[in-house]
Write a protein that binds this ligand. Structure first.
Ligand code: SF4
Length: 279
């Protein structure tokens, strides 16, 4: 999503990190903490940040979001867990060829899968994260069947929101293709007993139990540059929202890039007429 912007975003810095966490604890807010970045495991001071967060004794979960490559190193995994990480959110963008093409690193799929297996030795929560793109749409089902066999507690499928008004990389998948996946994903979830979460797709396309629709994002600490660009992307587009017919408060709708590419999909979308219907 961030594209080239990730090179420009400054790191939070330890002093600010400490003061944000003190504030959270003092205010009695958020009990779960996510540490993320362009790739947080390339940040050599990560264990120090985790250790500080854990030392507060406040957070029930300390999650890192990672491409998982560095988790192939068993000593690194042990060190992170000793410092206090108890949840890993690992990105897997396809089966081997597709994943390696997406990351542009040969062997990255193998590294990540080794990392997943290394984590199986510990009592930590492991979540798989895949962004739906035109590159992987045809292999989501075999990929999720593969992931279900790994020591993962849940698989997440994320909608792709490009950070811009156009889909310059031609990676947005149309909603018909997405909805075609849902019955088989639902069967897979039942067969494997592994929950599947659909993140930030139009809520009215959501197929219902046993899949989970989720569009709620954590409160984030990000530089203004991110929010400026985010505000220019035109997320949250929906004909039915604009006309006041849909009362969903959590749906992200469509992105401008989607509407420009595939249209506003008003034939496919179905307004949620009563507030709370989505709950
Ligand atoms: S109709 Fe409502 S639920 Fe469907 S995409 Fe629009 S805002 Fe979301």
């Amino acid at each position: 999503m961030l594209g080239d912007m990730k090179r420009e975003l400054p790191a939070i810095g330890f002093d600010r990190f400490r003061s944000v966490l003190y504030q959270i604890r003092n205010d009695g807010r958020f009990r779960n903490l996510i540490l993320s970045g362009a790739e947080v495991s390339t940040f050599d001071e990560l264990p120090r940040y985790v250790q500080f967060a854990a030392s507060l004794g406040w957070f029930k979960k300390i999650q890192i979001q990672t491409n998982g490559r560095r988790l192939r190193d068993k000593d690194y995994v042990r060190h992170l867990i000793d410092c206090g990480v108890n949840e890993f959110f690992v990105s897997i963008q396809g089966l081997e060829t597709t994943h390696d093409a997406t990351t542009r690193v040969a062997g990255s799929f193998s590294d990540t899968v080794t990392g997943l297996r290394n984590l199986a030795e510990y009592k930590v929560n492991l979540i798989g994260n895949t962004v739906l793109t035109r590159r992987n749409v045809d292999e989501i089902l075999p990929l999720f069947a593969f992931l279900a066999k790994q020591p993962i507690s849940e698989m997440q499928l994320w909608n792709f929101f490009p950070m811009g008004q156009t889909d310059t990389g031609n990676q947005i998948v149309d909603l018909k293709a997405f909805s075609g996946l849902l019955p088989k994903l639902a069967s897979l979830s039942v067969e494997t007993g592994k929950p599947i979460v659909l993140k930030s797709f139009p809520q009215c396309i959501f197929a219902g139990s046993p899949l989970y629709f989720d569009s709620i994002f954590p409160v984030t600490v990000l530089p203004d540059l991110f929010w400026r660009q985010f505000g220019e992307c035109g997320f949250g587009q929906c004909f039915y929202r604009n006309t006041g017919q849909c009362k969903s408060w959590q749906c992200w709708g469509l992105s401008s890039a989607y509407v420009q590419k595939y249209g506003d999909e008003r034939e496919l979308l179905r307004p949620i007429e009563r507030e709370g219907e989505e709950l």
